[in-house]
Design a protein around this ligand. Sequence first.
Ligand code: HAM
Length: 411
Amino acid sequence: MERLGYREVRTPYVEATPLFVRTIGSSTDVVEKEMFSFSHRDEPLTLRPEATAGIARAYVEHKVHNSEPVSRWYYLGPMFRAERPQRGRYRQFSQVGAECFGDAGPGCDAEMIDALVAFLGDIGIASPEVFVNSIGSSDTRARYKQALVAKLEPVKDKLSEDSQRRLVTNPLRVLDSKNPVDLELVQDVPSVLDFLGNEDRAHWDGLRRHLDALGTPYQVDPKLVRGLDYYGRTLFEIKGAYDKLGAGSTLIGGGRYDGMVAELGGPAVPAIGFAAGTERLLIASELGSETSVVDVVVAPIGEGAVDAALVLGRDARRAGIRCEVDTRDASIKARLRRANALGARIALLIGDRELAEGVAVLKDLAGHAQETIARANVITRVADLLATPAPAPATMPGATQAASAASERAP
Ligand code: HAM
């Protein structure tokens, strides 16, 4: 996100309940069934089910539009929804997301979608599927809703109870029903894309043109409506890793919400954003499978060596080397086992004799070689070794390289 010019924003986990009702919509699943709400001294509060509303609230409250024509903000943190917990669906989950305020153009939308596809590739989620749609601005939606209701009204009694209710309160949501009978009945409803007004159509055509120029693969899904009412124009969802997550699980969802800032009392500032479920990304990706936690483990043998070990550990970290000092009163064998389990390349051992002689024993755990070095030179030697690929045979690499290379390994 930082490479795209986004900066981190942190907003409270708890917001006033009416904020969510107003923005997400009173007839959505999130507001009707999934919010953890409570009253504190007569003030209705809710654990945030998502971050967009709170971020827009902060944007308006701090009048950010006065100082920045465009604000690009990202966030990560916990969200809360009272859903039935299952794989990839939790009551407290975490999202990473972003919001861009102040840019109405479809180029902004295309850039976001394209960057997300690249990001998924980077974390090992190959060939994700991108679904895009436009539900236009409020005029378009009003016309489309009429047509949708006219089409579904004659078969109303066959719809699920939820959808019958939604046909009255929030007809677009009927398209999002998972009920198999509903799915059948909405099969040939008119496409919202045929109802786009001129400006909405220009925006939609622009989005597709930009995505084509970027070479971003996408599928148009005119029935994509998403579960939050604040959207207008662009909507998108990204799915993938069906083998690990099942077909129903969306990795990333987002869209435009050009009306929200004004709805919350600010000026007419357009906005678009997305959120990804962090747990779903972890299940679907290769993230978290890296085995190396530290580069070096320092093991003092006996209490007398702890001070020297702590100093070595601190010096190593100052040189950008990931280092853990294992001060447990455990056997050398146990500590080498732990060093291996942490994926450390090097163990540094200091016992009474090493302490007295001002040296440390350096064990290259990859090469299974060992050398005794003056403690003053240990960090340089460690940095050299770390800058050298682990040796295949059990020999120590001879040549030394610039110690500064180690800083490139800093996490
Ligand atoms: P959302 O579609 O409600 O959108 O959620 C986005 C993503 O959060 C989902 O695709 C999923 O990966 C994850 N997620 C949602 N609920 C759960 C859950 N119970 N357990 C685990 N993961 C979950 C939003 O939240 C919007 N705020 C996105 C947005 C930002 N639109 C504009 N700006």
